[in-house]
Ligand binder design. Structure first.
Ligand code: PMP
Length: 351
């Protein structure tokens, strides 16, 4: 069994459950409760299956162009990947190669330490304060790179753009990644995209999985200085030339084109989130204010794990993390209004 000495051994990331049962309310992986833009459906039906024998474009040009136009940047400032997981993973491989540790919050997207481990990147976590907020001074020490999700997951907390800018500005020798998987659910003017022209060490990462209702398609992207994007593409082409499949490219473009549907869907989710916050508060829950499509809630008397198990028995799936500091919290995705009513009804009957 000597070959095992040479295996890259990792403890993998555990994604949220995708239960196979029929009737259920799925509020455990922050998916969008509404379908993708109607144009996507039309295209899906008319897509020429014969094209599938051909490789897709290696540079994903059509999707890059449409994203550049939408976000008012140059195509050379856009990188696309198979969900933001792929984009972040490539970015770790490309930019985090220093002897100094990279930094990220202690309570955050639990994939970060896994990528660090798999690529053998040293890391240090920085404890969020008691209100689950970042202490910006923590990110001013020497480091090999920084990744911060804004809004954070699983807390839903949004940090101010001023604090984010100070961290980027104070770290000219490291790449700072801002993972904006949930930023579309926050107010306008909170995204670090507005800083891309100003700082060449900033990479902003986004996804189609939440706000664009396309988790199943796997599309993510990054926007940053041309030089960063060039380095990212060099690594991508050294791993796999064709990361994006043909349907993802075509359907992704279609989704971006329908801005009216996108904005209307966001509005519905934000309205439901605000109502859900009120109803949860009335039931004795508290939570950091969420600017994402989920609420991270704890109850004044009932244990999170008990609530989690009860909801599960009613086919309502939420996320529970058995981890220090957060093992009395539930991360509940904002569903449709009907799903939220059902959730609140079951929570009432449990409590
Ligand atoms: N970043 C954060 C903070 C997330 O919560 C998620 C979703 N699990 C991702 C990135 C990755 O999402 P995707 O790969 O579907 O784009």
């Amino acid at each position: 069994m000597n070959w095992e000495n040479n295996v890259r051994k990792v403890v993998p990331y555990t994604p949220g459950e995708q239960p196979k049962c029929g009737r259920m309310i799925k509020l455990n992986t922050n998916e969008c409760p509404y379908p993708p833009a109607p144009g996507v459906k039309k295209l899906l039906e008319s897509e020429n299956y014969e094209d599938l024998r051909l490789y897709p474009s290696a540079d994903a040009g059509e999707l890059v162009e449409v994203l550049a136009e939408y976000y008012k940047v140059k195509p050379t400032e856009v990188f696309v990947g198979v969900g933001s997981d792929d984009v972040i993973s490539m970015a770790f491989l490309t930019f985090f190669n220093s002897d100094k540790p990279i930094l990220f919050p202690d309570i955050t997207y639990s994939f970060y330490p896994v990528w660090a481990d798999v690529y053998k990147i040293g890391y240090k976590t920085k404890a969020l304060d008691e209100n689950f907020r970042i202490k910006k001074e923590d990110y001013l020490e020497p480091n090999g790179g920084i990744i911060i999700p804004n809004p954070n997951a699983p807390t839903g907390v949004l940090e101010s753009l001023d604090d984010i800018e100070e961290i980027i500005k104070s770290n000219p020798d490291s790449v700072v990644m801002i993972d904006e998987a949930y930023i579309d659910f926050a107010e306008e003017g909170t995204s670090a995209l507005s800083l891309v022209e100003k700082y060449d060490n900033l990479l902003v990462i986004r996804t189609f999985s939440k706000s664009r209702a396309m988790a199943g398609l796997r599309v993510g992207f990054a926007i940053g200085n041309e030089k960063l994007i060039k380095y990212l593409n060099d690594v991508k082409y050294s791993v796999n030339s064709y990361t994006m499949n043909r349907p993802s490219l075509v359907l992704g473009v279609e989704a971006v084109k329908d801005d009216e549907y996108f904005k209307a869907t966001l509005k519905k989710i934000i309205n439901t989130r605000e109502r859900m916050k009120k109803e949860l508060t009335a039931l004795g829950f508290s939570f950091p204010d969420s600017k994402s499509n989920f609420v991270f809630a704890t109850h004044k008397t009932a244990a999170a794990e008990d609530i989690f198990k009860y909801l599960r028995s009613k086919q309502i799936y939420v996320r529970f993390f058995k981890q220090p500091r957060i093992d009395n919290y539930l991360r509940i995705t904002v569903g449709t209004d009907e799903e939220t009513d059902e959730l609140i009804k079951e929570l009432k009957s449990f409590l």
